[in-house]
Design a protein around this ligand. Structure first.
Ligand code: NAG
Ligand code: NAG
Ligand code: NAG
Ligand code: NAG
Length: 614
C-alpha cells in the first residue's frame, strides 16, 4: 500500500520531490482527492482485467469449461487422435500449436480451408458482451434472424465464431439479435449500449476492408437499419453494400464451362472467385449476394428509388439448400424474367428461388411507379398504362405457375413462405393504389375503379394472412413484413376516407388485425412502431371538425413515407430516443412530375364510368 502510494505520487507529480526552502512536506490541498479518484479508477481497471483473465481462463482450461465449450464445437470431438478429446482441449492445443493441421470430422468441415478452422479462440474484445452471452446471442440469431437471412453455414459459423478475423461478425450479430433477448442480465441499458457500440464497430471495421466477412457483417447492419425504418442510415448502408457487391464481384460467378464472350478492355482485377475457396465459401458468397439483393429491393421500394443492383447484370445461380450447401447438386442459373422451374431443390431453397424471381417483378413494378410521366401527352399515358397492364398479367401468371407446394400454405410455419406471399400482395397493392388514386390525373390518365376493387381484395388477403400469425411467428418474420402490413393499412385508410368503405365513422374491417400485427412487431422492430403511430394519428383524429389531422398528406399517393414521416412524424410520435432512427416511408412515388396540370382527384372520379383503362 505504501509502495503503491509512493508510486501514485510519482505518477501524479511526474518528478522527484524537492522541498523548497519555504515548502512544507505533505500533500498540496486538492491532491488527496485527485489521488483517491485515480486509485479507484485503477482498482476498477484491475477488476476488469481480472474479469477478462477469468473469462479467458474459463475458456481455455479444460477442467473448468470442458462441458460448456464442447457445445460450441460439436464437430470437433468425434474420433480425434484415437482418444476422446473434447473441444476445449483441442482449442487449447491449437492455441499452443497454431500450425496443428485441422483434422476433419465431417464431410462439410472437410471442405473448409485449414486456416479458418485452426484459429484459436480470442480473448474477446471488451466491447463485446461476455463469451457466454455471445454464445446465446448467436443461438438467438440462428433461431430468429437467420431463417429469413440465411447467410451462413451454421456449423462453420459456430466453429469459428471467436476467430479474430471474424470478430466483426459477432458485432453484427449483437447489433441485430439483442432485440430478442429475454433474460434480465445484461440489463436493458447494458444491452442498448452493446448494440450502440457494435453498430459503430461494424461501420469502423468495414470502411477500410472489403471481404466476404466484412460484407456479411455489413449486411447484418443494413438489416438492423431497415428494421429501424427508411432514412439516411439505411440508404448509406445500402450504398456501402451495393458497392461491396461490385468490388467483390458477387453478382457474377465465373463458370469454367461458359467463358465470358465479351471482355471489357479496361477493368479492375477479377475477384479470385472460386480459385482456392471451399464450396462452403462459394455458397456463402452466393447467399450473401441474394440476401443483399432482397435488402436492396425492399429498401429501394420503401424509399421510392430505383434499386442499386441491376437485375440484368446478375449472372449467378440460385442459392442451394441448407442440407447441401452446394456440395453435391449444382443449383440452377438465375435468369431475369424467367420463372424458376420446379427443381429438385429442397422445398425451403425452392421458396427462396421463387422469391428471387418475385423480387425481380417487385423491381419492375417499382421502376414503373417511380418513372416520370408527362400527363399532357396521350402517348406517354398510354404507354404507361400498357406497361402497367403487361406487368399486371405477368404477376398473375407468375402466381398461377407456382407449384402447389409453394402456392399452398405449408403445415409448419415458414417465414420465407409468408414473406413470399406478402411480397406478392405488396406489389399488387402498390400498383393498384396508384392506379386507383393517382395523385394527379389528366384526361389521359384517370383513376381506375377496377384497380380500386382489386386493391381492396389484396388488402383483405394481407389482413387475413396477418391475423393468422401467432405472436411467436411474427417474431420470426423479416422486418419488411411490417412494411407490407403498413402499405396495406395505409391503402385501406385511403379507401375508407374517400368513402369506399361502408364503415366510415368507426373503423374499416381489416384495419384492426393489421394494426395488431404492427404493434406486435414493434416490440422488435422500430419501423413497425412508426407505421403504427402514423395510422393511429389518423384514427385518433378522425372525428376532428376539419377531418383527421394531416389526412391530405397521408393519403397523397405521391408522398414518400420519408416525406410523410417528416411532415407527420412529430405529430404522431414523440421523437424517438435513438439517434439513428431515421424516418419513414411508403408508397413513394414521385410519379407525376407535372404539378399544375390536370384536374383534381375528386373531380376526376365522376368521369370514371366511361371506360376503365385497366
Ligand atoms: C479475480 O477474480 C476472482 C474471481 O472473480 C477472485 O477470486 C480473485 O480474488 C480476483 N483477484 C483479484 C486480484 O482481485
Ligand atoms: C457451464 O455453464 C453453466 C451455465 O451456462 C454453469 O451453470 C456451469 O457451472 C458451467 N459449467 C462449468 C464446468 O463451467
Ligand atoms: C409535356 O408535354 C407537353 C406537350 O408536348 C410539353 O409542352 C411539356 O413541356 C412537357 N412537360 C415536361 C415536363 O416535359
Ligand atoms: C385525401 O384527403 C383529402 C383532404 O382531406 C380528401 O379531400 C381526399 O378525398 C382524400 N383522398 C384522396 C384519395 O385524395
Amino acid at each position: 500500500m505504501t509502495a503503491l502510494w509512493g508510486m501514485l505520487t510519482l505518477l501524479v507529480s511526474g518528478a522527484t520531490c524537492v522541498y523548497q526552502e519555504k515548502g512544507r512536506p505533505g500533500l498540496r490541498p486538492g491532491y488527496g482527492k485527485a489521488l483517491e479518484e485515480r486509485m479507484s479508477l485503477m482498482e476498477n481497471n484491475m477488476d476488469k482485467i481480472n474479469h477478462s483473465i477469468q473469462e479467458v481462463l474459463n475458456h481455455v482450461l479444460p477442467d473448468r469449461a470442458a462441458s460448456n465449450t464442447t457445445t460450441s464445437t460439436p464437430t470437433r470431438d468425434a474420433g480425434l487422435l484415437g482418444s476422446n478429446i473434447d473441444g476445449a482441449q483441442l482449442w487449447q492445443q491449437s492455441q499452443q500449436l497454431p500450425e496443428l493441421p485441422y483434422l476433419p470430422s465431417s464431410p462439410l468441415m472437410e471442405r473448409l480451408p485449414a486456416t479458418l478452422s485452426t484459429t484459436a479462440p480470442l480473448a474477446t474484445d471488451s466491447r463485446l458482451p461476455s463469451i457466454q452471452v455471445l454464445q446465446e446471442l448467436v443461438e438467438l440469431f440462428f433461431a430468429m434472424i437467420h431463417p429469413f437471412a440465411p447467410l451462413f453455414c451454421k456449423q462453420n459459423f459456430i466453429a469459428n465464431m471467436f476467430a479474430p478475423d471474424r470478430q466483426v461478425l459477432l458485432h453484427g450479430v449483437v447489433a441485430v439479435s439483442f432485440r430478442f433477448w429475454k433474460r434480465q442480465a445484461p440489463s436493458a441499458a447494458e444491452r442498448e449500449s452493446f448494440v450502440r457500440v457494435s453498430r459503430e464497430e461494424v461501420l469502423l471495421k468495414t470502411i477500410d476492408v472489403c471481404s466476404l466477412v466484412s460484407t456479411q457483417a455489413l449486411a447484418l447492419l443494413a438489416l438492423d437499419a431497415i428494421g429501424q425504418g427508411p432514412g439516411p442510415r439505411t440508404l448509406n448502408l445500402m450504398g456501402m453494400l451495393v458497392t461491396a457487391v461490385h468490388q467483390l464481384g458477387l453478382a457474377k460467378s465465373r463458370s469454367s464451362t461458359t467463358p465470358e464472350t465479351n471482355t471489357p478492355l479496361v477493368r479492375n482485377e477479377d475477384p479470385d472467385d472460386g480459385m482456392d475457396s471451399s464450396n462452403v465459401q462459394v455458397e456463402e458468397k452466393r447467399r450473401l449476394f441474394w440476401t443483399i439483393y432482397g435488402l436492396d429491393r425492399f429498401s429501394s421500394v420503401s424509399h421510392g428509388q430505383s434499386g442499386g443492383i441491376d437485375t440484368k447484370t446478375v449472372k449467378l445461380s440460385y442459392p442451394s439448400s441448407d442440407l447441401d450447401w452446394g456440395q453435391s447438386t449444382v443449383p440452377e442459373w438465375f435468369q431475369a424474367g424467367l420463372q424458376s422451374k420446379p427443381a429438385h431443390a429442397h422445398c425451403n431453397a425452392k421458396i427462396w428461388h421463387h422469391n428471387i424471381d418475385l423480387l425481380a417483378l417487385l423491381d419492375r413494378s417499382n421502376q414503373l411507379l417511380i418513372q416520370p410521366v408527362n400527363l399532357s401527352l396521350p402517348a406517354h399515358c398510354q404507354e404507361w398504362q400498357s406497361i402497367f397492364r403487361r406487368l399486371d398479367i405477368a404477376m398473375s401468371t407468375w402466381f398461377e405457375n407456382l407449384p402447389a407446394e409453394i402456392r399452398d400454405r405449408p403445415t409448419d410455419f415458414d417465414p420465407t413462405w409468408v414473406m413470399l406471399h406478402a411480397t406478392f400482395h405488396l406489389i399488387n397493392i402498390r400498383m393498384y393504389t396508384v392506379a386507383a388514386f393517382p395523385s394527379t390525373t389528366s384526361p389521359y390518365l384517370k383513376p381506375s375503379s377496377a384497380a380500386r376493387g382489386r386493391c381492396r381484395q389484396a388488402i383483405r388477403t394481407v389482413a387475413s394472412l396477418a391475423s393468422s400469425l401467432q405472436p411467436h411467428e411474427l417474431d420470426r418474420l423479416n422486418p419488411m413484413f411490417s412494411f407490407v402490413v403498413w402499405v396495406a393499412a395505409r391503402s385501406l385508410i385511403i379507401l375508407w376516407t374517400t368513402g369506399y368503405e361502408t364503415a366510415y365513422g368507426s373503423m374499416p374491417t381489416d384495419l384492426e388485425p393489421l394494426l395488431n400485427v404492427l404493434r406486435q412487431m414493434a416490440t422488435r422492430w422500430l419501423c413497425a412502431q412508426r407505421y403504427a403511430d402514423l395510422l393511429q394519428l389518423i384514427l385518433d383524429t378522425k372525428n376532428n371538425p376539419g377531418g383527421p389531422t394531416g389526412l391530405e398528406i397521408f393519403n397523397d399517393t405521391r408522398r414518400t413515407s420519408y416525406g410523410l414521416q417528416n411532415l407527420l412524424g412529430t405529430l404522431a410520435v414523440p421523437p424517438a430516443p435513438d439517434a439513428f432512427s431515421g424516418s419513414f416511408d411508403f408508397l413513394d412515388m414521385p410519379l407525376l412530375d407535372v404539378s399544375d396540370f390536370g384536374t383534381s382527384r375528386m373531380g376526376a372520379f365522376g368521369a370514371e364510368n366511361d371506360g376503365d383503362w385497366l
